[in-house]
Design a protein around this ligand. Structure first.
Ligand code: NMX
Ligand code: MLT
Length: 435
């Protein structure tokens, strides 16, 4: 039962060797190309970076270090046998590539607990922020308020050698991950409970610690939180939050600065904010039904009204996925098991039959199927988290696990500053149109 750091030390040595071999063998081969349309079109599908912690298949969905979500649910240690995986187990997997033993997860939990206490000055900063600020902005401020604790920034300024950077990045990443539940809970209590804070119980795993600090006491909700924090953790490297963390980190900005940048991207409606917008939209749908039972017919009409008013249907579509998101499916399975009769879940279920047909008929979307955000708010609401503007913060707590694990590897592999080349439209005309 080697420690996380011992395993990482060994794996980093092996991986540096592997990358050197790969670059020696195929370093000058073309990985991806970029057409003019792709350059104007959000670089969609351009293969232009490496990212080790997860890989997304358009049809199958995400694999964390090679393991699908159902495999993670089966293999990663939970709080009890057969329960949902502990996010701490996933963190171990993302960092090392290995499924941890129960002892290894216990050790990591203890490590995180020992780092979880939030300094008073950070609490003070969070308490001084207006609760009218969106919770994602408050969350990002809380992350930045911890920046003075960065070991990476301190050691870099002292001239730390490059081969040690990953260790300082790991230090900061573990501290950040350990503290984020409390940052999130303070934002929650400040925004919706007049700042009445609850103590952190450091003996609990990060999910139960978070729900307790928010004010909930329900073991079933704790299990949902474990699943939630596991499945939102990582989605390969090109999504807005992961890529922002990578990009900002490539300037050797420390993990606090880099992760805050990622959260500012997650806060956008086309990315993480979609989970808030989905529930807002579902409640609007309910209102439009005006007491009528939902049917395929009346829901089809409401979907068309949404599209015709120039809005997207939140929670549907994806830049890479081309089938139903497995993160949607595992949440659906959780709902079928624990809340099959919930009114909003039944609405979500019926929309699963309706929306893809409407979007396909409209003929614009590359993928008409639901993504992770189409389901998460329904589950949170069922367990009492009715404050929709908070949902993306929970996504953010989870996204730390993947993006910060990846950042450790960026420093371990010595990735340089990111600096792709841009061109102007005039350059394209002169060099391609009038060639
Ligand atoms: N409802 C209506 N129109 C849509 C939708 C949707 N759900 N999804 C895509 N479209 C439109 C899109 O706006 C674009 O229209 P136009 O050509 O007029 O600009 C057209 O379909 C083609 O877009 P795609 O190539 O299918 O999608 P793209 O890769 O550009 O964007 C999303 C991907 C996820 C941003 C897009 O599907 C979307 O806006 N979905 C709704 C918001 C959402 O659920 N976001 C969460 C994604 C997951 N996450 O957590 O980040
Ligand atoms: C994510 O989890 O980051 C989203 O599904 C968006 C993406 O992968 O582009």
């Amino acid at each position: 039962n080697a420690s996380l750091k011992e395993i990482l030390e060994q794996k980093i040595g092996e991986m540096r060797e592997e990358v050197a071999q790969v670059r020696h063998a195929v370093g000058n081969q073309v990985l991806g190309t970029c057409t003019v349309d792709q350059a104007y079109g959000g670089m969609r599908s351009v293969k232009a970076m490496t990212y080790e912690t997860s890989l997304l298949d358009p049809n199958e969905g995400i694999r964390f270090r090679g393991y699908s979500i159902p495999e993670c649910q089966k293999l990663l240690p939970g709080i009890k046998q057969g329960g949902e995986p502990l996010p701490e187990s996933l963190l171990f997997l993302l960092l090392t590539g290995e499924i941890p033993s129960v002892q290894q997860v216990t050790a990591l939990r203890e490590e995180l607990s020992s780092r979880a206490q939030l300094p008073d000055r950070v609490k003070k900063t969070l308490n001084s922020v207006s609760p009218s600020l969106h919770p994602m902005a408050q969350f990002s401020i809380g992350i930045l308020a911890m920046q003075s604790d960065s070991v990476f920034a301190r050691e870099y300024a002292r001239g730390a050698p490059k081969n040690k950077w990953w260790e300082y990045c790991l230090e900061d990443s573990l501290t950040l991950i350990a503290r984020l539940p409390q940052v999130a809970a303070i934002v929650y209590r400040n925004t919706y409970y007049q700042g009445k804070q609850l103590e952190a119980d450091l003996k609990l795993d990060m999910s139960a610690r978070l729900t307790k600090m928010m004010g909930f006491q329900n073991p079933e909700f704790d299990e949902l939180m474990r699943l939630y924090l596991t499945i939102h953790a990582d989605h390969e490297g090109g999504n807005v939050s992961a890529h922002s963390v990578r990009l900002v980190g490539s300037a050797l900005s420390d993990p606090f600065l880099s992760f805050s940048a990622g959260m500012n991207g997650l806060a956008g409606p086309l990315h993480g904010l979609a989970n808030q917008n989905v529930l807002t939209w579902l409640l609007q749908v309910k209102e439009k039904l005006g007491g009528q039972a939902p049917t395929k017919e009346n829901l089809t009409k409401i979907c068309w009204d949404t599209l015709n008013s120039g809005n997207v249907i939140p929670g549907f579509g994806h830049a890479v996925l081309r089938r139903t998101d497995p993160r949607y499916m595992c949440q659906r399975e959780f709902a079928l098991k624990h809340l099959p009769n919930d009114e909003i879940f039944q609405l979500v279920s019926l929309l699963y039959e309706v929306v893809p047909k409407v979007l396909s008929e409209q003929g614009k979307v590359s993928n008409p199927w639901p993504n992770v955000d189409a389901h998460s708010g329904t589950l949170l609401r069922y367990y009492g988290v009715k404050e929709m503007t908070f949902y993306t913060v929970l996504f953010g707590v989870s996204r730390a696990l993947g993006t910060l694990s990846s950042l450790v590897w960026d420093r371990a592999l010595g990735l340089p500053i990111e600096r792709p080349k841009s061109v102007t439209t005039r350059w394209i005309k002169e060099n391609l149109v009038h060639k």
